[in-house]
Structures are given as C-alpha cells and as structure tokens.
Design a protein around this ligand. Structure first.
Ligand SMILES: [Zn+2]
Length: 136
C-alpha cells in the first residue's frame, strides 16, 4: 500500500473506497458503519474483512470476549473461511465460547474431514492435549 494512501472498506460490500463516508463507489450504499454499531458487531463485520490480518485479530478477540452473539458468524468462518489460519482461529474462539460439549458431533466431523490444522484443534478439544500433558 502506498504511503499516505487512505483506504476505507465499504460496510456493505467491503469494496475499497477513498472516502470514509457517503455512497460506496461500487454498491452505492454508505461506506461508513451504521451509527451505534456495537464493538462486537464491528468485530463480526471484520471477520469477513479482505485484509486477512484484521479478520484474524477479530476472530481471536471475539473468543477472548466470549461473545456468544458471534457464534453463528464464527461457525460460518470455520466452515467456509477464506484461509485455514482464519478458520483455525475462529474454531479456537468457538471452543472458548461454547465449550466442547454442545459442539461434540460437529467437532467430531471436523476431526475427520477438515484440513489438518482444523483437525488438530478439533482432536485436541475432544481428547485433550497429546500425551495427556495438561500442563500447558
Ligand atoms: Zn459498497
């Protein structure tokens, strides 16, 4: 990104605009977030951010906040997120929020069918850390 370039992502379609508010160049809806958007709703929005680093931080933060209202969005990311790092972070956060029991059958399916990183997280959640080492 060029030094000094300002980029504003449309709240509605995530297109990059050079203005922070007003109609989006792509979809015509307001670029800015709706007034009164909560922090958690902002983080949920950021889960789909084209800048993967921001999405990753949002996924981790929602887990730390134990933000239950983000569960459906996190689940969507785990199942169809753009990359495995984001999907893994979303899965860790989901486990932190929901605990293993309500998701046991889903985690079991992930343990069998998901990419390796997700499989490992699901397996560890279901079985505990490898070698029975609970010290970490
Ligand atoms: Zn737009």
């Amino acid at each position: 990104m060029a030094e000094g370039a300002r980029m504003f992502w449309c709240f509605h379609c995530y297109a990059v605009n050079d203005h922070p508010s007003g109609p989006c160049d792509v979809c015509g809806k307001p670029v800015e977030a709706p007034a009164g958007l909560s922090w958690v709703d902002g983080l949920i929005w950021t889960l789909r951010h084209p800048d993967g680093d921001r999405a990753l931080i949002a996924a981790a933060t929602l887990g730390r906040l134990r933000a239950r209202e983000s569960v459906p969005a996190l689940r969507e990311v785990v199942e169809a997120g753009p990359d495995v790092y984001l999907r893994a972070e979303a899965l860790r956060s989901l486990i932190a929020i929901e605990g293993v029991e309500p998701m046991r059958s889903w985690l079991d399916a992930l343990r069998r069918d998901a990419p390796f990183t997700l499989r490992d997280i699901a397996r560890e959640a279901l079985d505990g850390p490898p070698h029975g080492d609970y010290s970490t």
